[in-house]
Design a protein around this ligand. Structure first.
Ligand code: HEM
Length: 394
């Protein structure tokens, strides 16, 4: 059969018309979205090839190229990354109601100082939550049975678990608390508080042993304010501005969750002119905020003194550093966390002289990180501790 030039022309014209109609329909039915900039995704993996073993650093580097609000794909899922104080404020304050849910994810989840700090802090928290010491391998069900049995003998609640157990299955509550909710809450309180507080103290020491003059300055403050006759109490912390400054500077450079645990948009919304689809996973890069040269002088250096000059709020009001995040999903344990880190660090400095072992020089100490649920020093250094206080206090 002979195909004439005119019939080819007509077929092409039809195809072109069809393409134009589809494009127009596409805009009418589903108007083109103005999405934030970001790297072009690959099929199946999306942009996961661009995320290395330290995701906050990879995403920080990408934000230098694509901007402080960028859209990536992890597999086929859209992921929004906010990397500046301004964009963190948009997500966690301006549009807080839309971005404060969490995606349904599951996470799996471990040197001398680290182990002991964790156990010590776990025991303080468990004493507060459950008036007893929680052992890592003990099941929450056992604890619950124990508390239930105790409750039968004694009807006055003694700790947080007792109080919550009284609320479980209470028919008068508008929002019902189930046994599952309770177990989740206990686990959240135990795991949320231990690793975080212990690791902050670990990072503070990693920085301090590199800067022995700072240890001297802290000891001078402790001797002047507390004296050598006793340990530091929580009430003393407000009188120890240099210790507080060390803690703030540690939180700035080493936020424990450099990327906040993911939030999730429950509806489509517009952020600074960009359309963010419903169901987008959102990360705020806290690591980036604390290193932003527009807000921090010599951002890579550990300089606690900067906080003596400027009293910067670290509880979520100042978006240039957000160790506890901000908004309705902000860490509920922030006050407790700050006090726990403060008393632990102050007493370790007050009670002991710290020396590096062997022939390691301060400038050789690595500040590299290992990424995980919380971010730890890659090479924790061994230190020698000697008593500083009269021996009867130990
Ligand atoms: C140095 C100490 C701590 C730091 C740096 C820290 C930091 C954080 C951060 C960044 C979040 C995520 C917030 C968000 O997604 O927007 C969080 C959540 C949480 N933290 Fe902490 N935290 C600390 C101590 C504690 C303590 C002592 C407890 C409990 C006793 C605790 C319990 C929790 C819980 C239950 C959540 C989940 C909140 C939610 O999903 O709504 N944290 N924490």
């Amino acid at each position: 059969m002979e195909i004439s030039f005119s019939s080819v022309f007509i077929a092409l014209a039809w195809l072109l018309a069809l393409a134009i109609i589809c494009e127009v329909m596409n805009h009418v039915v589903c108007p083109k979205r103005n999405v934030p900039p970001g790297p072009r995704p690959w099929p199946i993996i999306g942009n996961l090839n661009l995320v290395g073993s330290l995701p906050h650093e990879s995403l920080h580097n990408l934000s230098q190229k694509y901007g402080d609000l960028m859209l990536l794909k992890f597999g086929s899922k859209p992921v929004l990354i906010a990397s500046s104080p301004e964009m963190a404020k948009e997500i966690l304050k301006t549009h807080d109601a839309i971005f404060s849910s969490r995606p349904a994810l599951t996470a799996g989840k471990k040197n001398f100082l680290r182990h002991h700090l964790t156990e010590f802090i776990l025991s303080i928290i468990s004493r507060m939550v459950m008036s007893g010491t929680y052992h890592r391998d003990e099941s929450i069900e056992n604890l619950q049975d124990h508390h239930k049995a105790k409750g039968k003998e004694d009807s006055v609640p003694k700790d947080m678990v007792d109080v919550l157990l009284q609320l479980v299955d209470d028919p008068n509550l508008e929002v019902k608390i189930t046994t599952d909710n309770l177990m989740g809450l206990i686990l959240d309180l135990l795991t949320g508080g231990t690793d975080t507080s212990a690791t902050t103290v670990e990072w503070a020491f990693q920085e301090l042993v590199r800067n022995p003059n700072m240890i001297e300055k802290a000891n001078e403050e402790l001797d002047r304010t507390i004296g050598k006759g006793r340990w530091v109490e929580e009430e003393d912390l407000s009188q120890l501005p240099f210790i507080e400054a060390i803690i703030k500077e540690t939180f700035r450079l080493h936020p424990l969750t450099p990327l906040i645990p993911p939030h999730y948009s429950i509806e489509e919304c517009n952020v600074v002119g960009y359309d963010i689809p419903k169901g987008t996973m959102v990360f705020v890069n806290i690591w980036s905020l604390g290193r932003n040269p527009n807000y921090w002088d010599r951002p890579e250096e550990f300089i606690p003194e900067r906080f003596l000059e400027n009293d910067i709020n670290i509880k979520g009001k100042n978006f240039t550093m957000l160790p506890f995040c901000s908004g309705r999903r902000r860490c509920p344990g922030y006050s407790f966390g700050i006090n726990l880190v403060g008393t632990t660090l102050a007493n370790l400095l007050h009670g002991f002289n710290w020396r590096l072992t062997g022939d390691i020089k301060p400038e050789e100490i690595s500040m590299k990180e290992i990424y995980g649920l919380t971010t730890h020093p890659e090479k924790p250094i061994s230190k020698i501790m000697e008593p500083r206080l009269p021996l009867h206090l130990y």
